[in-house]
Design a binder for this molecule. Structure first.
Ligand SMILES: *Cc1c(COP(=O)(O)O)cnc(C)c1O
Ligand SMILES: [Zn+2]
Length: 399
């Protein structure tokens, strides 16, 4: 790993060596992040894996492209007619559904895995409600590591098979999901298993590449807003950090305003933001169709709040009805995201209606995962399908 990078506490600034696995501060328990001594203004190579293209912004001295599954390099799609309907000139979707396991999680899995491999670790794990489990199971299989996946007992049946197909050691755990995050870190430390959980520092490093790609795709103009469906806060932190590092090297001259979008039924970050507080409080009974953003006590919640305050960000909530409507609305432009992936569009609709977003603002929605991940949500739509006999086909086509 690079010599001039360290881990630093996002809460109190305490420093730790880069080979530390435990993702939180020994003094204040806030999450750690990678800090770089030197970042040079670099030319980003046009080709190569995500690890190779952004190697100057990552802490690894030698990327291992053979562990890649082709993550990242996802399209940034202009919303077109849909933007017009919302009265906006430049609305974009960063389509993370096109990652190897159909969610942005692959970016952080490959960087987390790189860290594990650099330290000579042979056992990895994760705690997940679905997408991260699939991602870690796939990358663990590719790298030939012993892989442990802990999911909550209530996980939807259809989410199990895409994890199990990669044959990890898969456990459904009875108990509080938020607590499982911390428990897995403890047990992992004792048993030599590297838990690449939602917001660990090296996963955050992977999420940074979303910001890098957005800037490249917009010709090194930062958008005015980036809207992120937020649960643990790991992805939000990564995207924010990516823009900050690009500004540091002079590749962009201003940061976008980041919007943390949450489901109304589980919005600990938005609630704290609304109170003007810098500490999240646990949500008693989370309840939303968007299960991938249903963390009642986000481990990076406080850090997201600090960033929102420091850089003029926003936090908003949307209801399940608004999420499902946005899923349909977005599919109308050809992009089929899972409910969580439609949360940013639902937030944009709301912020536009409130005139927080102006017609000229350029806005990027992070479509975090693919629609086929959770087909149970599709039952909430009203689809129109007409049966017809062969004899009446022509009539039906013109009628
Ligand atoms: C994990 C996930 C999120 C939430 O990301 P965090 O880093 O936990 O905030 C949002 N959408 C999808 C599809 C996810 O898989
Ligand atoms: Zn600290």
């Amino acid at each position: 790993m690079k010599k001039d990078a360290i881990l630093i506490c996002t809460g109190c600034g305490k420093e730790f060596p880069l080979n530390r696995i435990h993702p939180r501060c020994a003094r204040c328990n806030e999450p750690l992040e990678v800090a770089y001594g030197r970042l040079a203004q670099v030319e980003i190579p046009a080709r190569g894996t995500m690890l190779e293209r952004y190697r100057d912004f990552l802490p690894f001295s030698a990327p291992r492209p053979e562990i890649s599954l082709g993550e990242g390099n996802t399209p940034l799609l202009k919303a077109g007619a849909l933007a017009e309907e919302l009265g906006m000139r430049s609305l974009f979707f960063k389509n993370e559904t096109q990652n190897p396991t159909w969610s942005f999680k692959d970016r952080g899995t490959v960087t987390g895995l790189m860290h594990a491999v650099s330290l000579g670790i042979t056992k990895i794990g994760t705690v997940s409600t679905g997408n991260m489990a699939v991602s870690v199971a796939a990358y663990g299989a590719r790298a030939g590591l012993e892989t442990y996946v802990l999911v909550s007992q209530g996980i939807a049946e259809e989410k199990i098979a895409p994890i199990a197909i990669h044959a990890p050691r898969l456990l459904t755990v009875d108990g509080d999901y938020g607590e499982l995050y911390f428990r897995s870190l403890e047990v992992g430390q004792r048993r030599g298993i590297y838990f690449i959980n939602s917001d660990v520092p090296f996963r955050v490093e992977g999420s940074k590449t979303i910001a890098f790609e957005i800037c490249e795709q917009l010709g090194f103009q930062a958008p005015a807003y980036v809207v992120v469906p937020t649960s643990s806060g790991g992805n939000f932190r990564g995207i924010q950090k990516g823009f900050e590092e690009l500004r540091r090297v002079g590749a962009i001259d201003r940061l976008p305003r980041m919007v943390a979008a949450q489901a109304a039924g589980c919005a600990p970050i938005a609630a704290a933001f609304g109170r003007g507080s810098l500490t999240v409080e646990r949500v008693g009974e989370p309840r939303t169709i968007a299960h991938a953003i249903e963390n009642p006590f986000p481990p990076s919640g406080n850090q997201v709040l600090r960033k929102l305050r420091a850089h003029g960000g926003l936090a908003v909530t949307v209801t399940d009805e608004e999420i499902i409507a946005a899923q349909g609305f977005m599919a109308g432009t050809g992009i089929f995201g899972q409910p969580e992936g439609a949360v940013p569009l639902a937030a944009v609709k709301k912020l536009r209606a409130e005139n927080v977003l102006k017609p000229g603002d350029s806005v990027v929605c992070i479509v975090s995962g693919a629609g086929l991940k959770y087909t149970a949500a599709l039952r909430l739509h009203r689809f129109e399908v007409r049966p017809v006999t062969m004899e009446r086909l022509e009539e039906a086509l013109v009628g």
